[in-house]
Design a protein around this ligand. Structure first.
Ligand SMILES: C[S@@+](CC[C@H](N)C(=O)[O-])C[C@H]1O[C@@H](n2cnc3c(N)ncnc32)[C@H](O)[C@@H]1O
Length: 214
């Protein structure tokens, strides 16, 4: 495991977590992809369109952040942002983007499968274009009561198109996000089928567990 830079929260791998540099073939393929085509730099629409919902202080976590387009956007918004990704190459691009945009971001190279999420720590969690249902429980745990989740990624509808993920494991089932976060206050939900298949959700964790009210 490599901790690229941590400023505002201690990064801890789960006990007994394997060394990702030796065991993750995905690491090499993602590094290659980022070498061939640099990561996009403009933030996802779910953040720009709903930026009025984002608090201007607090902690934000961007899961599988890639080249950090969303992490940097959150930092520009005033949040102490952490971007986590498996790919060192992606994080290098994120660092450069943060430098250009003159913001400080914490970049952590880690495998999310062996990442130990701190409980009730983040005011905002973002996950875009990455799906792993095993993350839902730690996301729920790691967001502070009243905190916001922004999630957007490919849905099963996308398998009809020629670009993007081909493996059904990497795409959302119909209404998946809506069902997983049904007990939170869902502020926005959309499934799109034209041009590509994408689902997007914004949900607020209840201030009191089990309550939909803030
Ligand atoms: C399609 S990119 C999305 C990047 C970013 N969220 C965005 O929207 O620009 C998927 C990212 O997931 C990362 N990734 C894949 N498996 C991972 C894992 N197990 N742990 C952490 N990151 C992972 C890849 O390195 C890649 O940067």
């Amino acid at each position: 495991m490599i901790l690229v830079h941590a400023r505002c929260f201690p990064y801890r791998p789960k006990a007994g977590a394997p060394n990702l540099n030796y065991l993750k073939p995905e690491l090499f393929s993602w590094n290659d992809r980022y070498r061939e085509a640099p990561a996009p730099v403009e933030p996802c629409q779910i953040l720009t369109q709903f930026s009025h919902l984002i608090p201007d202080a607090g902690r934000a976590l961007d899961l599988a952040c890639g080249g950090g387009r969303n992490t940097v956007f959150l930092a520009q918004h005033g949040l102490r942002a952490i971007g986590i990704d498996l790919s060192r190459k992606a994080l290098e691009q994120g660092r450069e983007l943060a430098r250009q945009r003159k913001v400080i971001v914490d970049w952590v190279q880690a495998d999310l499968e062996s990442f130990s999420f701190p409980p009730a720590t983040f005011d905002v969690i973002v996950c875009t274009y990455f799906r792993d249902p095993k993350l839902y429980a730690p996301i729920r745990e790691s967001l502070r009561p009243g905190g916001l989740l922004f999630y957007e990624t490919f849905s099963r509808e996308h398998l009809r198109f020629n670009i993007g993920p081909k493996n059904p494991v990497h795409v959302l089932e119909p209404a998946e996000l809506l069902l997983v976060f049904a007990d939170w206050r869902v502020m926005f939900y959309r499934e799109r089928w034209i041009d590509r298949g994408i689902a997007a959700l914004i949900a607020r964790k209840p201030a009191v567990q089990g309550s939909r009210q803030l």
